[in-house]
Design a protein around this ligand. Sequence first.
Ligand code: HSE
Length: 424
Amino acid sequence: MKSINLGILGMGTVASGLISIIEFNNTKIVGNIDKQLVISKVLVKDISKKRSVNLPADTYTTDAYEIINNKDIQIIVELIGGINPAYEYIRNALNNKKHVVTANKALLATHGEELEQLAHINGVRLMYEASVGGGIPIINTITENLSANEFEHIAGIINGTTNYILTQMTENGLEYEQAVKEAQRLGFAEADPSSDVDGDDAAYKIAILSSIAFDQRISVSDIPKEGITKISKEDIIYAKELGYNIKLLASASKSNNEIELRVHPAFVPSDHPLSTVKNEFNAVFLKGNAVGEIMLYGKGAGSLPTGSAVLNDIVSIVKNESRKYAESINADKYKIVNRAYKKYYIRFEVIDKPGVLARIASVFGKNNISLDSVVQRQKNGNNTAPLVFITHDIERKNIDNALKEISNFDCVIQIASIIVVEDF
Ligand code: HSE
């Protein structure tokens, strides 16, 4: 039987998941592709380190070019992460006419267009199913299974760490800091959780998804982003009372010739399928003009789920080796806009005295902001009170103008939160 030789760059969690699956599902894989997958070489930092997977000692190397320049290796799997040196390794691998499979969201969101063109020029494939949503087959679903659709809307919970934190705040009443510590203890959040909680990770992923869904290269710098660090227990309680859950959404919408993208915490109606996505799970909700609404749900990280996505790319390359892929990305097809025409939840802390609500409401009126509801739960003591407004749809710039004026009022202690309300 013919063999397909793999070179793996990096030996972390995902690589061990991939190697384990190749071992325990070998019969299934061989039955599927009629070829044996062989792990020829693995790039590691330290050859002497003990590992959970069982490979011959001479498989390991500390020299990436022993893999990239190896004539017997057909597919290179990049699992180092980060931009450098992965960028250089992948460029050289593609120029050496090796197929590349990667899970590297930061690299793809930054240099994806160039790398796809390089793959095309060299007649090889660049595959990256594992870069978004871990084990969820979202990229393949968009590019293959739903290829007959024009997409109008994508909304995803594509960061498991933040979803875990928000779920714990919602269901177990944890404060933000407590929930972060719990996520770290369970290994979801890094010691420095900023890439997750500031929204960078989700921004990389929505840049990749929207690029392929809309056939347009979208750079991560096109995406306004806001993380979850300012979400408080009070906001979670108000959201629940109003019939919503707070989720970190990564969204992309296309209408006429415009695309709007965003990563932001949002009120999601409790009866919407995205509201049922809890803890470290991910989900992507899509609207296509033929298929209608569809949602994919699963584990967005972890050794075996992500390894499963990497392996699927390898199988797809082997099955379609002779197929040519023309990636035609038109960077100027759509205009990228940033209007944020949405409903907003705005929570103030104010001095509890007559006329405060009327003063604030009059500034909203002056800025064309129409109000859907006003809620005042309980006094805070010390003569202050929370005051919550839900607006009708309005551009974010009107909200910012109004809040600029309101922030100068003596009766306003603070503008505690501004959160988008998604009604889908
Ligand atoms: N840090 C990511 C998350 C997993 O929390 O979802 C890897 O993409």
